[in-house]
Design a protein around this ligand. Structure first.
Ligand code: GUN
Ligand code: ZN
Length: 431
């Protein structure tokens, strides 16, 4: 047998479509087998069908009783904010002033950046997140530190240097009109190994028109890079954007005017968007990163799943650490569920697991690389322990449906639920 062939026996869950629009979207194998070769998925299916195809002598790793799902994908968070998670402030703008900017200043020091990136990545893996779309700081060395740490772990990660040239402290300000550092970082890191680059204007208020225009031009020169920014998170922020960009139809329209809406553009929050905004999201292939723990923590507002789904906008979930209060995508699902309820809509657990896996991969145009168990995809997966805590074991001991099981995992689960995390077929975390 090939020394690079492994097999894992467990219940398997993955998706081939969005369960909100297709009732055959979920793929579930109660007694399943996942076969991995050279770090890629070789097969996923029923144990009874696949076990006879294994070479003699290859014993599957026995995860019976557990659930294997694609590794979680977190489409919005800030690694430099790891140390300021759970810092109180009355809303977004005071939170940025009081905690964020002073904390991000420290990333001018490459040693601090590297140590923080190491902790951050290990914490993601502990929570079962194998891909994340990550803000660094304005310092190019913060990007180098991040990608060096993720490359050392062979992780599929997306990150980029924050762009800001106004309404921020001098010590975090880019030179107006100079995007050379971002372009150099694209040339250095984009598609090197598993690293991918995101062009990262922080949000409209901290960029001049000149910077936004040049950012759009940079994005057009590098169409397969990502774009990430924030939009319509907080009411005071929206008022501010109206004052700064009176000619724009809406906050989102500021980005469209500068060429920043396109496939692989990920917009954090999207709380106060109107129907036309969501229609533009869908028409341009842009995607929303919904960040419920952050939105509840800062009191920003409640994402409108129904409005987004009416437009068929691409959706995914983000933790938004450090405004988000957890690295766990399970805890993020928990709060997404409650946000949906408060808005009068309903998020089934199947949908939440979709959003955290294939939905995110589709939002990123990476569905041929990660996010499911189609043969040939990278073998990034999590092993979920439905008995991780006494309470989980008690509740999951009497589930009448897959939906009930996944719902219990989402509502009661956290980092303890992650029995193991695999990236590129290699075990990178276990409990
Ligand atoms: N808007 C601009 N910057 C940030 C940030 O760092 N966090 C959040 N939640 N919103 C922002
Ligand atoms: Zn954010």
């Amino acid at each position: 047998a090939s020394p690079n062939l492994q097999a894992y026996r467990a219940s398997l869950l993955h998706f081939r479509a969005d369960p909100a629009f297709d009732d055959q979207a979920a793929l579930w194998h109660e007694d399943g087998l996942l076969v991995v070769e050279d770090g890629r998925i070789k097969a996923a299916g029923d144990y009874a069908a696949l076990a006879p195809t294994l070479p003699p002598g290859l014993e599957p790793v026995d995860y019976r009783g557990k659930v294997i799902a694609p590794g979680f994908i977190d489409t919005h968070l800030h690694y430099p904010q790891t140390d300021m998670i759970a810092s109180p402030a009355p809303g977004l703008l005071p939170w940025l002033e009081t905690y964020t900017f002073p904390t991000e200043r420290r990333f001018e020091d490459p040693a601090h950046a590297r140590a923080t990136a190491e902790f951050f990545l290990d914490e993601l893996l502990r929570c079962g997140t194998t891909t994340a779309v990550v803000y660094c700081t304005v310092h190019p060395q913060s990007v180098d530190a991040f990608f060096e740490a993720s490359e050392a772990r062979n992780l599929r990660m997306v990150a980029g240097k924050v762009l800001m040239d106004r309404n921020c402290p001098d010590f975090l300000r880019d030179l107006e009109g100079d995007l050379g550092q971002s372009e150099d970082l694209i040339n250095k890191w984009h598609k090197r190994g598993r690293s991918l680059y995101a062009i990262t204007p922080r949000f409209a208020p901290t960029s001049t028109d000149v910077q936004l225009r040049l950012t759009g031009e940079l994005a057009a020169r590098h169409p397969d890079t990502f774009i990430q920014t924030h939009v319509s998170e907080n009411k005071d922020e929206c008022t501010w954007v109206k004052e700064l960009f009176p000619q724009a139809r809406s906050y989102l329209d500021v980005y469209e005017r500068f060429g920043l809406m396109r496939p692989r553009a990920l917009f954090g929050h999207c709380i106060w968007l109107d129907d036309e905004d969501f229609a533009r999201m869908a028409a341009t292939g842009s995607a929303a990163a919904v960040c419920p723990t952050s939105n509840l923590f800062l009191g920003s507002g409640l994402f409108d799943f129904e409005r987004a789904d009416s437009a068929r906008a691409l959706l995914s979930l983000g933790t938004d650490v450090g405004a988000g209060t957890s690295f766990s995508m399970l805890q993020t699902m928990n709060e997404a569920y409650k946000v949906a309820r408060l808005k009068g809509s309903y998020l089934p657990a199947l949908r939440m697991f979709y959003l955290a896996t294939l939905g995110a991969a589709r939002s990123m145009r990476l569905e041929d690389t990660i996010g499911s168990f189609q043969p040939g995809l990278e073998a990034d997966f999590v092993v979920l322990d439905r008995e991780a805590t006494p309470l989980l074991a008690r509740r999951t001991g009497h589930c009448d449906s897959l939906e009930e099981l996944l719902f219990a995992l989402a509502l009661l689960g956290d980092d303890r639920t992650i029995a193991a995390t695999y990236s590129g077929g290699r075990k990178v975390h276990h409990r």
